[in-house]
Ligand binder design. Structure first.
Ligand code: MIG
Length: 642
C-alpha cells in the first residue's frame, strides 16, 4: 500500500482520496532542510526512466530537465519553459527498482531531474508537504496505483468525444452559423462549437451580448436540433461594476479574494478591473457554480474555464510600480502576475491564507465549483474543461493544454504530453489542434487532426488575428472529411476505452514502455498506445511521405482513406510506412479488436451498437449507453463477438 509522510502542516488539497498508510520517514528519498525549504533527493541509475509531471514540456522521459510547478499563463511554450498551466507533482522512476512519489502541496515546487547528468532527482519545496510514496512492480502498476488513489475521472457525454471547432474571434450568431454551415456543407463532421470571450457583454461572466445573440436560448435549441452544441467560455475574473449581479453578490457575501487591507483584491484582465472569486470557500464555490445556471437555463450543456491560474494582465500593484505587463515568456525571469500572487489572500475556514501558498489549486477549485453545481443543475452529463489544474481536478472536468502554436514542434509536444497527462489523471484532455498562435498550413492541420482523432478532447482552436483554420477553409475537403470521419468511425472504441479506463483507474493513452519491455519500446516517445488495442505512430514531420514505425510485436496495420479500412498483418520489427495526407494508419495489437461504426456528421447520428470488429482478436468488451446518462456503470459493458 502507498505510504504518506507528513512534513510540517501541509495544506489539504484533497488530491488523494484513497487509502494511504502513515509512515515516519521516506524509503527512497533523502530529506534535508535548506533555509526555509525542504529538499528531497534520490539517486538515479543511468538507465532509469523518469515518468510523470503531467502537463510539462520535454517529453515522456523527464530526465535532463528543470520543471517548476507554479501554474502560469504561458503563451510561448518551448522545451525550456519552466511552468505551464497545470501542476501535477507525480514522478515514477522506472529501472531495476520501480517507485513513485507524489509531492502534495499547492505551493511552488522545483523538480531538477538529472540536470547536467547529475545522476539524481532533486525536489525543492516549502516545508509543508505531504509526500506519498507509491509502490508497484512496474511503472505502469505504479501509475495505476496512483490513479486509484486520486479517484475516478470525470466522464463527459458522448457528444464531447465528437469534433469541436473553436476560434477566438467568433462574435455574432452569424459567425457561428457560418462555422456550422461551413462544416455541414463540406461534409466534415462536427458536434460542438466554442464561444470565446466575445459572446459576453463586455467580458462580464454569465452575461450574453444580446445585440450579437438576440435570443440565445432559441439559437441553442435550433443548433442542438442539428446536432451542434455551443460551449461558452467562463473566465475567472469577475468585472468590478455596480449592478453586475455576480459582482454585487460576491462583494456582499465576502466571496472574493482579499488584498492586504482585507478589501476585495483588484486585478486587470479582459473585462478591465476584476475580483477573483475565492474558490477556497465552499460557499463561494456553490455561489459561483450556481451562476452557470444563467447559461444552462438557455440550454447550454458545456463550458470551458479559462484564465484560472489566475492570469493577471496588470493590477494596482503593477500600475503603482510602473511595471508593464510582459507575458510569461522565456527570458522574463518572473511574470508580473507572480508578484501579485503575493498580494492577495484566501479565506480558508476563517484563516487568511496568502494566495502564493496555495496558488496551484486555484484553477482546480474553479473547475470543482462548476462541476459540483452543474451536476446538480443538469439531468445529463456535461462537457467541462479547464486551463489551470492540479492533481484531483480530473474528478471534476478535463483540461486543454493552453496556448500552443501552429508549429510541428507543438504537435510533437502534444503527442509526448498525452501519456503524462493520463498518468496524472487527466484522461479527458487534448491540445488546440492546428495550434493556437501562428498560421496553420494545410499539411500541419491534417497531420495534427490525424493525431487528435485519438485524443478524447478533439478541438480545433486558434487565436484572433491568426490565419483562419476551420477545416472547410482549406482546399481538398476530401482529406479533411477522411481524417475527421475516422474519429467518428472509431467512436465506439474511443468512448469504450475512455469509460473503461475511468471506471478501472487506468490510463487511456500510455507510453509503449508500459506494455512492452524491449529496449526500443522503452525509449520510443513518438508512438503511443491508445486504449487496450491500438498503437499509433503519427506523422510528425513536414513534407514527410510517411515514417518509420517500431512494431514491438506482430500487429494488424489498419489504413483508413475515408472510404474504408484496409487491414494487413505486419511483423514485429522496424517498418517503413507510407502515409499520404488524408489517410491515417494505425495498428491493432495482437489478439485485440477495435469496433468501428459507420461514419456520421455528428454523434447524434452515431449508432454505438452498430459495429464491425477489426483486428485478429475474437471479441471486444464494449461500453455503450445513450451517451448522456449520469449512471455510468460497468454493467453497461457488453462483450461483442466477431
Ligand atoms: O488572454 O479567451 O488560452 O484559448 O482563446 C487570452 C481568449 C485569453 C486564453 C486561452 C485561449 C482563449 C483566449 N484566452
Amino acid at each position: 500500500m502507498a505510504k504518506e509522510v507528513i512534513f510540517g502542516k501541509p495544506f489539504e488539497t484533497e488530491a488523494i482520496v484513497g487509502k494511504v498508510e502513515r509512515a515516519d520517514s521516506l524509503e527512497n528519498w533523502q530529506v534535508t532542510q535548506r533555509q526555509d525549504k525542504l529538499v528531497f533527493r534520490c539517486a538515479l541509475n543511468p538507465n532509469d526512466i523518469v515518468y510523470g509531471l503531467g502537463e510539462q514540456v520535454k517529453g515522456i522521459n523527464k530526465r535532463g530537465g528543470r520543471y517548476v510547478s507554479y501554474n502560469t499563463d504561458n503563451p510561448h511554450q518551448t522545451d525550456e519553459s519552466l511552468s505551464l498551466y497545470g501542476s501535477h507533482n507525480v514522478l515514477i522512476i522506472d529501472g531495476d527498482k520501480c517507485f513513485g512519489a507524489f509531492f502534495d502541496t499547492p505551493s511552488k515546487v522545483l523538480f531538477e531531474i538529472d540536470v547536467d547528468n547529475s545522476g539524481e532527482i532533486v525536489v525543492t519545496c516549502e516545508p509543508n508537504v505531504k509526500v506519498v510514496e507509491l509502490q508497484g512492480e512496474s511503472a505502469y502498476a505504479i501509475a495505476r496505483e496512483f490513479l486509484s488513489l486520486i479517484g475516478t475521472s470525470y466522464i463527459p457525454p458522448l457528444w464531447a468525444f465528437g469534433f469541436g471547432q473553436s476560434r477566438w474571434g467568433y462574435k455574432t450568431q452569424k459567425d457561428f452559423d457560418s462555422v456550422v454551415d461551413g462544416y455541414r456543407n463540406a461534409g466534415i463532421p462536427l458536434d460542438w462549437v466554442c464561444m470565446d470571450i466575445d459572446y459576453m457583454d463586455r467580458y462580464i461572466d454569465f452575461t450574453v451580448n444580446t445585440k450579437r445573440f438576440p435570443d440565445l436560448a432559441a439559437y441553442v435549441g435550433s443548433l442542438k436540433a442539428g446536432g451542434i452544441r455551443l460551449v461558452p467560455i467562463i473566465d475567472a475574473g469577475v468585472k468590478v461594476e455596480p449592478h453586475n449581479d455576480t459582482y454585487e453578490t460576491g462583494v456582499a457575501n465576502g466571496y472574493f479574494c482579499t488584498n492586504h487591507e482585507g478589501k476585495p483584491f483588484k486585478a486587470g484582465v479582459w473585462p478591465g478591473m476584476t475580483h477573483f472569486p475565492d474558490f477556497f470557500q465552499p460557499a463561494a464555490r456553490e455561489w459561483f457554480g450556481d451562476e452557470y445556471r444563467k447559461l444552462t437555463d438557455m440550454g447550454i450543456e458545456g463550458f470551458w474555464n479559462d484564465m484560472n491560474e489566475p492570469a493577471i494582465f496588470y493590477s494596482e500593484y503593477t500600475i503603482l510600480n510602473g511595471l508593464t505587463p510582459p507575458p510569461a515568456s522565456e527570458g522574463v525571469k518572473e511574470p508580473n502576475a507572480y508578484k501579485d500572487y503575493r498580494n492577495f489572500y484566501h479565506n480558508v475556514n476563517g484563516e487568511r491564507v496568502l494566495h502564493d501558498k496555495v496558488h496551484n489549486l486555484y484553477g482546480a477549485l474553479m473547475t470543482r465549483a462548476a462541476s459540483e453545481r452543474l451536476n446538480k443543475i443538469l439531468p445529463v452529463r456535461f462537457l467541462l474543461f479547464s486551463r489551470a489544474s492540479y492533481v484531483g481536478a480530473h474528478r471534476y472536468g478535463g483540461i486543454w493544454t493552453g496556448d500552443n502554436s501552429s508549429d510541428w514542434d507543438h504537435l510533437v509536444r502534444n503527442v509526448k504530453m498525452m501519456p503524462s497527462l493520463n498518468m496524472a489523471g487527466f484522461l479527458y484532455s487534448g491540445a488546440d489542434t492546428g495550434g493556437f498562435g501562428g498560421n496553420c498550413s494545410r499539411e500541419l492541420m491534417l497531420r495534427w487532426l490525424a493525431f487528435s482523432a485519438f485524443t478524447p478532447l478533439m478541438r480545433n482552436h486558434s487565436a484572433i488575428l491568426t490565419k483562419k483554420q476551420e477545416c472547410y477553409r482549406y482546399s481538398g475537403k476530401e482529406d479533411f472529411q477522411s481524417v475527421v470521419s475516422l474519429r467518428y468511425r472509431l467512436l465506439p472504441y474511443i468512448y469504450s476505452e475512455f469509460v473503461k479506463a475511468a471506471l478501472s483507474s487506468d490510463m487511456y493513452i500510455k507510453p509503449l514502455g508500459f506494455e512492452y519491455d524491449d529496449a526500443y519500446s522503452r525509449r520510443t516517445e513518438d508512438q503511443l498506445l491508445v486504449g487496450e488495442s491500438i498503437m499509433i505512430a503519427p506523422v510528425l514531420e513536414k513534407d514527410a511521405k510517411g515514417r518509420k514505425v517500431w512494431l514491438p510485436e506482430d500487429m494488424t496495420e489498419v489504413r483508413y482513406d475515408g472510404s474504408g479500412f484496409l487491414c494487413e498483418q505486419v511483423s514485429k520489427g522496424m517498418r517503413e510506412v507510407k502515409v499520404p495526407l488524408g489517410e491515417v494508419v494505425f495498428y491493432i495489437r495482437r489478439g485485440k479488436c477495435v469496433p468501428v461504426t459507420k461514419s456520421a456528421q455528428c454523434t447524434a447520428e452515431t449508432d454505438l451498437r452498430d459495429v464491425v470488429l477489426l483486428g485478429d482478436g475474437k471479441e471486444y468488451r464494449q461500453y455503450a449507453d445513450d451517451g448522456f446518462t449520469k449512471d455510468v456503470t460497468a454493467e453497461n459493458i457488453v462483450t461483442v463477438k466477431k
